[in-house]
Ligand binder design. Sequence first.
Ligand code: PMP
Length: 334
Amino acid sequence: MSARRYVGVEGHIGRTPLIRLRRLSELTGSEILGKAEFMNPGGSVKDRAALGIITDAETKGLLKPGDIIVEGTAGNTGIGLTVVGHAKGYRTVIVIPETQSPEKINLLRTLGAEVIAVAEKPYSDPGNYNRVAQRLAEEKGWFWANQFDNVANRLAHYRTTGPEIWEQTQGEVTAFVSSVGTGGTLAGTALYLKERNPRTAVVCADPYGAAMWSWFTNGHTDVKDGDSCAEGIGQTRVTKNLEDIVVDRAYRIRDQSALTIVYQLLREEGLFLGLSSGINIAGAASFAKERGAGQTIVTLLCDSGLKYQSKLFNPNWLKEHRFDPNLPIESVLS
Ligand code: PMP
C-alpha cells in the first residue's frame, strides 16, 4: 500500500465536527450549530489560515525549507504558523501584544517560536505588533505572513470552512455568524455560502471597542466605543480580507453575554471555549431570536478555554472585571 494514503499534521487541519448547542437551540427553536475549530492540531480556527498562507507562499516561490516566517498575531495565528511551519521545515518569529493571555505566549515559546512581546499600540503607531512584524520582514528578508491583508487567508476559508458547512448541513444552512479579527473567516466563508445560495444570511458578531458593526451597518468605522476582553477579535479598520464583503446583519455583543454562554456550555454541554466563541454564539442567538424559529444557524467555536484559564476561568479576574459567571442563559436572549 502506498504511504501517500497517510499524511502528517498539515493534512489534518479542518474537517472539524459540527456540534449542536442544545440549550440555545431549544430556547430559540432554531438549530444553533458550532464548528469545533478548537479540535484543529494547533487548537484554533487560525490553523486554516496558517496552512493557506504558507501553501500560497510556497506556490508563489516565496518560501523554501529553512526560511523564517514572521507574523504579528494575538497568538492563534502564531501557533498555527509554528505548528504547520515545523511540519514543513520553517521557523517562526512571532510578534504579540503583551496583553494577550500568558497561556498563549507560553505555548508559543514551548512550541519553539521566537516570541517578541510588545506593548499594545494602535495600528497607526509604528510600535504596533503588526507593523513591527512587517519591519522585521523587510530588514531581515523574512517571509511576512501578513494575515490581515493577505487574501490567501480568506481563500483558505472559501476553500474549506464554507464547503464543510454546506456539506455538513446538506445545504440547509440559513445563516452563518462570525466575529472579525482579520476578517478571513467571515469573508471567505461568506463568499462561498452566498455563491451556493444567495439567500444564506451572513451575520457579523462584533465585540465593543471594534468598528465592524459600524462598518457593516453604517458604512463607516467611526463608532468603536467601549472595550472587550475577547482576544483575537476586535477590528477597527477594513482589512483587504474584508474589502467588498457585504453582510446581512451585524450585532454588537457585550462580553457579559458571551461569558454567560461560555459558562453555560462548560457546565451543561461539555464544551470548554474562549470568549470569541461566546461572542459568535451570542450573535447566532440574537439572529435566531430576531428572525424566528426554524433556522439552521452555523457559527465557529474558535478556540478552547484552556488558553484563558488565568483570565476567564479565574474567580479573581472575574471579580476584577465585574463579570458574573452565574447568570441564566435566558438573560442572553432578553
Ligand atoms: N477567535 C479567535 C480566538 C482568534 O484568535 C481569531 C483570529 N485572530 C478569531 C476569532 C478571528 O478570526 P479571523 O482572523 O479569521 O477574523
